[in-house]
Design a protein around this ligand. Sequence first.
Ligand SMILES: [Zn+2]
Length: 193
Amino acid sequence: MKDLSPLLRTFLFVIAGDIAIEVGIELLNSEEEDITDEGITENIKARIKELNPEIVFEENGVEVLKLNTVRKTLYKLYSGKLAQFRRIRDKSTGWFIYYWWHEFDLFDEILNDKKRLVETKLRERLKFEETNYFFVCKNCQDSTLKYNFDSAFELNFKCPDCSGPLEAQDNQEVIQFLKEKIVLIEHLDLSVN
Ligand SMILES: [Zn+2]
């Protein structure tokens, strides 16, 4: 039986919890066949049963692993671009049958997109911190008033409350923190293999 890479496993868990990992394993192992959401649910049950023969999936009319839960999970994977389906109308019942397959090949791309997004946000924040530092009055420590360079300049760098000097607030720590995060994410290896 094929298994998910640790990274993909983690990602599936983040998307929809433990059940997403189970669904992912089934999708991975049914690449060569048409599998429905019902088939996936049955396969998961059979696999769990094999590991734990004592397990009961239905107790007092309450189902432990519902078909509906598997369906919802599949749709979450679909929204996350990791699964696809096609539907066919069953001529005898008139209901749609959904066949599912995974698109885990796109996982690398999805991860890199996310990585780029985070990196962009960090860089934007860094730029903001580097260009927008604030001035505060050290005498009025209680005051939450902060002035950007332009306002402080207009005030002649004097506090409008006590006329004390407005001093630049040190954001070097924040800047350092952001720079470290950017280096970290730049070197993050997201290759699945
Ligand atoms: Zn002041």
